[in-house]
Design a protein around this ligand. Structure first.
Ligand SMILES: Cc1ncc(COP(=O)(O)O)c(C=O)c1O
Length: 415
């Protein structure tokens, strides 16, 4: 007996159908019929998962706090966690002593991915300026931004971030019509995948727009601690120096602003699922209310381990030194080719290889090197090319020797 066609498509929320498969699922499909040469050990450079040994602090603190596994975690973590984050932000971004109130401006998150996603539910109203709300994001972008915008019922607006725009969205292209209906702007600095860091003037402008047009500026700073020479400037750092007095901006220095930080890259601890969101205390109070309905909370032993990690800089410096060595190794074979440049932050190479998908297939077939086509991290706006199409993203997460060997192979295979 055939099922009658009632005109109903998939069961459930059809907004999910507006999303493509996740980038790594698309990669698996692209490579499903490609077999790497026999006897070659695969080198995985597609996922941004640091391979350095996680710091011993994690094990030690988890063990010392094992008696807390039985407890439901509070949404806000512990006072010790909030204080460690507040002290870290104050040190890292030279915030005026006492300006940042960690008690009202910090929430732990089980990986920033979930918080970046949930944020859209906090940010997107039914309508804004009488129209469908817009969520702005760079293009290319971290995939959950788009998922969040779609699932929250907003229109995702993809802002080209190409070599011509300094690999960041060009704020001059944003029209008042768009800004008026913008509910949320995801900005990633240093950017994944291009590694460009916004400077203070850029961030000041973005914060100014958020305040003028009444939207949330979410600054994803999860690569802020992986830099080669100069620490990238942060959004809180810039916000503290802006004029926040006056009738329209009486909400304090962090008004309209949220920043996201993670231990996944800083502490090579992607499996710990630990990060935080910080910023505008009014937004944080609303986020806390939303999270108490929706989130499991960060287990207290993990909160304790995270507290210890935010208080320790030695392992982060060691980490940076390892990445520096890897960039030098990469540079030995890739400098002057495929538009190679040293990113301001992060650990990705963003190489212009002509056809990213084709290069990805060749690298897998001929070198057992797995990279990600740039097209899978971007969308094409109508009438425009996909800004990632000619690129591959290469994650320098393996040990230096493997990175050196892989980059030499990339140069040879794609020559
Ligand atoms: C730009 C960006 N933001 C956020 C995340 C999420 O990191 P996590 O959920 O591990 O904190 C990632 C992870 O790759 C990322 O690349």
């Amino acid at each position: 007996m055939s099922t009658p066609d009632l005109g109903i498509s998939a069961l459930g929320n059809d907004r999910l159908d507006r999303l493509t498969d996740y980038p790594f699922t698309r990669l698996a499909t692209l490579l499903s019929d490609v077999r790497p040469r026999a006897n070659v050990e695969p080198i995985m450079m597609s996922v941004g998962e640091p391979q350095h040994k996680p710091p011993a602090i994690i094990d030690e603190t988890l063990r010392a706090n094992a008696h807390l596994w039985g407890k439901y975690p509070p949404v806000g973590g512990t006072p010790e966690f909030r204080a460690a984050v507040g002290d870290w932000l104050t040190r890292r971004y030279s915030l005026t002593a006492g300006l940042f109130d960690a008690e009202t401006s910090v929430l732990p998150v089980s990986g920033t991915r979930e918080a970046l996603f949930l944020l859209a539910l906090l940010a997107v109203p039914q309508s804004k300026a009488g129209r469908q709300p817009a969520v702005l994001m760079p293009n290319p972008f971290y995939a959950p931004y788009e998922g969040a915008a779609q699932l929250a019922g907003a229109e995702p607006v993809f802002l080209s971030a190409t070599r011509e725009t300094g690999f960041l969205p060009d704020l001059d292209t944003l029209t008042p019509e768009l800004l008026e209906r913008t509910a949320l702007f995801y900005l990633c600095t240093p950017a994944n995948p291009q590694g460009a860091a916004a400077d203070a003037a850029y961030l000041a402008r973005a914060i100014g727009l958020a305040r003028r047009y009444g939207f949330i500026l979410a600054v994803d700073e999860c690569y802020a601690e992986i830099y080669l020479d100069t620490p990238p400037v942060g959004a809180l750092q810039v916000a503290q120096s802006l004029d926040h007095g006056g009738p329209n901006n009486s909400k304090g220095p962090w008004a309209n602003l949220l920043v996201f930080h993670s231990l996944s890259k800083r502490s090579s601890a992607a499996g710990l699922r630990s990060g935080f969101v910080a910023g505008d205390p009014d937004l944080m109070a609303r986020f806390s209310r939303l999270r108490s309905y929706s989130n499991a909370g960060m287990p207290l032993p993990v909160v304790a381990a995270s507290t210890a990690l935010w208080r320790d800089e030695a392992h982060v410096e060691e980490n940076r030194a390892l990445y520096r060595a890897k960039f030098e190794a990469a540079e030995a074979s890739l400098k002057g080719r495929f538009g190679y440049y040293r990113p301001d932050g992060g650990f990705f190479l963003w190489l212009d290889v002509g056809d990213g998908e084709e290069a990805t297939r060749r690298l897998w077939a001929e070198g057992a090197i797995r990279v990600l086509p740039g097209a899978y991290l971007a969308r094409n706006n109508p009438g425009e090319p996909n800004p990632g199409a000619s690129f591959i993203r290469v994650a320098l997460v393996n040990d230096t020797e493997t990175v050196a060997q892989a980059c030499a192979a990339i140069a040879r295979i794609l020559a």
